[in-house]
Unconditional design. Structure first.
Length: 347
């Protein structure tokens, strides 16, 4: 399955540069999350119907799934194995959630940068110890609790080099927080599309290919277990980058366990993000493992073109990237029209 996803990536890359061969490094298995190991709270397991950064695109019924089994690369634990933080600890780690520690904000809430001791996971001075990302639930988020539970249930069990590590959580009164490893280079969306004073240097072709292959590895891990995990929100903003531009999938608030009992799909309320959600899923509410692959393909197009999946500011007929790109992909002679001009032909 990984070969198929990576082949998909290489196909796009080869269309741009005939004869190229993609690198095939063997990433090591990730280590268990550091810190005090405790089980998650005895809240009911959810199937990831939270909203988070994904926007609902339709409606329908829901049904759940079951436990996943070990995979060839990485591990799937039987239960979450995470550090339980107190709210006071996370206030100290983020300097009381001070504004200059803010990393981002979404439907779930705000994400702050904090610092903890690498061995004890206790709060540390700013700039000392290990940086972490602390996501704090917005109390007004209607789906926030379900998304929080989904993150704990999935990322608390899934260990893989290309999935962001969930280190722990806090559930104290009405305060719900999640603590992740810190990804220093932010997300792929910002690197591809941010403009103005905060714009990044354009990613080189080799870095774009690395990110695509890393993302393929993470997605293949989710899909290759006995009980497939369906990510359901594959998009550029959910692909985080470390200091070496290695990519990891994040935000499992919409994830679901895959079909069981020989069924080909899960029937569920349609959630996700316009432009990335597979058309058949939006139309029927039938969620397949391959629904994620559609989103993966959309991200590959964004990586190639430097254009967003949906953009109503583009000329008529170009609002939807997939619809606009299809005719060009069918003819190699037209491919140059697709390529991000910021690559300056270096691909």
């Amino acid at each position: 399955y990984l070969d198929s996803l990576m082949g998909f990536t290489v196909y796009f890359a080869a269309m741009a540069r005939p004869g190229m061969v993609a690198p095939q490094p063997n990433a090591p298995a990730a280590k268990s999350s550091p810190g005090q190991a405790r089980k998650s709270p005895s809240a009911p397991t959810t199937s990831g119907s939270g909203s988070g950064s994904g926007r609902p695109v339709a409606g329908g019924a829901t049904n759940g799934g079951s436990e996943a089994s070990p995979s060839r690369e990485g591990r799937i634990l039987e239960a979450p194995n995470l550090r339980i933080f107190t709210f006071a600890e996370l206030k100290a780690a983020t300097r009381n959630f001070k504004s200059d520690t803010l990393l981002g904000e979404g439907g779930f809430g705000r994400v702050h940068k904090g610092w903890v001791d690498e061995k004890t996971m206790s709060p540390a001075r700013s700039g000392a110890g290990m940086p972490v990302a602390v996501k704090k639930l917005n109390p007004e988020s209607l789906q926030g609790v379900q998304e929080w539970q989904s993150e704990v249930n999935f990322l608390g069990r899934l260990i893989h080099p290309n999935l962001v590590r969930l280190l722990g959580y806090c559930w104290e009164d009405k305060e719900l927080l999640l603590v992740y490893e810190y990804m220093a280079k932010g997300n792929l969306e910002d690197h591809l599309f941010r403009k103005g004073a905060g714009a990044f240097q354009p990613l080189s072709w080799s870095l774009r290919l690395r990110v695509a292959i890393d993302a393929a590895r993470g997605l293949a891990f989710l899909h290759s277990s006995e009980k497939h995990v369906i990510y359901r929100d594959f998009k550029a903003s959910n692909i985080l980058l470390d200091t070496q531009f290695h990519a990891k999938l994040s935000d499992f608030g919409l994830a679901k366990d895959g079909p069981a009992g020989g069924s080909s799909h899960v029937t569920t309320r349609v959630m996700g993000t316009y432009g990335y959600a597979a058309p058949e899923y939006v139309a029927t509410g039938h969620l397949y493992v391959k629904s994620d692959v559609y989103g993966f393909g959309v991200v590959l197009l964004e990586v190639l073109t430097g254009l967003r999946a949906l953009d109503t500011d583009r000329p008529s007929g170009q609002h939807n990237l997939v619809d606009w790109a299809k005719p060009h992909l069918a003819d190699r002679r037209k491919l140059a029209r697709l390529m991000d001009p910021r690559l300056e032909g270096q691909y």
